[in-house]
Design a protein around this ligand. Structure first.
Ligand code: NCD
Length: 306
């Protein structure tokens, strides 16, 4: 059974095909409005979410399908001690496809091992978040028209930011990519991502604490929230939470066609004064996420039917 647990579960060609489907959905929504008639998506969210859960739901409704699910662990049998493996087996009896978010790394993998229907990882702890990456890739494609030869800066919480880990994985398969890692020393990209992804793929990367210094070279700036829920103590969070705040003055040396992204939710990392700047792409990213989730649901259901 085909699932999406990690972005590298899909080849570059498969991601290109998803982007093509998403673009076709944007141009011809009516063509897709009944494609999932009679099908059910189960959204199993053991961790808070606005965009990811609602965009999965909107995606399924726009495909003519239905949605069941829960939005917090305490309203599910997890509160009684049910294992992820058992939940996956049970939901396989009710639905055709699962989208699951869980605070533990590897939870979606366990679900996929036990489910008899496709499982989509909607975020597993600080590990990865492949469907946010689908949203990010469509955004980069629509804004820049390419993935090769881009300098992409990641700024903020690169340690716990699962969207960062997944997007770096995806971009590492293209040529001429340069990654600029901007974070406080305590929130640097985990060494497993550096070794297993960047170094293994011979990707040029630099690490810095200074956003303004690297700003002029960036084609894409991916801002992130400091992930409060993954900190072990509140003091560290309070000390680090406002390490980077993108304000208009910080963009004075930025490229005129810089693409500013953020998976959202934003806390303080991007001043609202940036929202009207044509380079701000984070709300476009939200919409792109829905189209890519539609393309993904279609692909996985088609493969499951084979
Ligand atoms: C991200 C996540 O859940 O990892 N949000 C999202 O899905 N768009 C980023 C975050 O929570 O900071």
């Amino acid at each position: 059974m085909r699932s999406l647990i990690d972005i590298v579960d899909f080849s570059v060609e498969e991601l290109d095909a998803l982007i093509a489907t998403a673009c076709d959905i944007i141009d011809n929504p009516a063509k897709y409005s009944e494609k999932c008639k009679g099908k059910k998506l189960a959204t199993l969210f053991f961790e808070p979410s606005t965009r990811t859960r609602l965009s999965f739901e909107a995606a399924m409704y726009e495909l003519g399908g239905n949605v069941i699910g829960f939005s917090e662990a305490k309203s599910s049998s997890a509160a009684k001690g049910e294992s992820v493996a058992d939940t996956a087996k049970v939901i396989s009896c009710y639905a055709d496809i699962i989208a699951m978010r869980h605070p533990k790394e590897g939870a979606a993998y366990v679900a996929a091992k036990n489910a008899t229907i496709p499982v989509i990882n909607a975020g597993d702890g600080g590990h990865c978040h492949p469907t946010q990456t689908l949203a990010d890739l469509l955004t980069i494609y629509r804004e820049k028209g390419r993935f090769d030869n881009l300098t992409v800066g990641f700024c903020g919480d690169l340690k716990f930011g699962r969207t960062v880990h997944s997007l770096i994985n995806a971009l590492s398969r293209y040529t001429g990519i340069k990654i600029v890692l901007i974070s406080p020393l305590e929130l640097k990209l985990p060494s497993y991502v550096k070794k297993d992804v960047l170094e293994k793929n011979n990707i040029t990367y630099v690490q810095t604490t200074d956003l303004e210094e690297v700003m002029p070279e960036l084609d894409v700036l991916y801002m992130t929230r400091v992930q409060r829920e993954r900190f072990f103590n509140e003091e560290d969070y309070l000390r680090l939470k406002d390490s980077y705040i993108l304000e208009p003055s910080k963009l004075k040396n930025a490229k005129s066609d810089l693409c500013i992204m953020h998976p959202l939710p934003r806390v303080n990392e991007i001043s609202v004064a940036i929202d009207d700047d044509p380079r701000a792409c984070y709300f476009k990213q939200v919409l792109n996420g829905k189209y890519m989730r539609m393309a993904l649901i279609l692909k996985l259901l088609e493969e499951a039917a084979k």
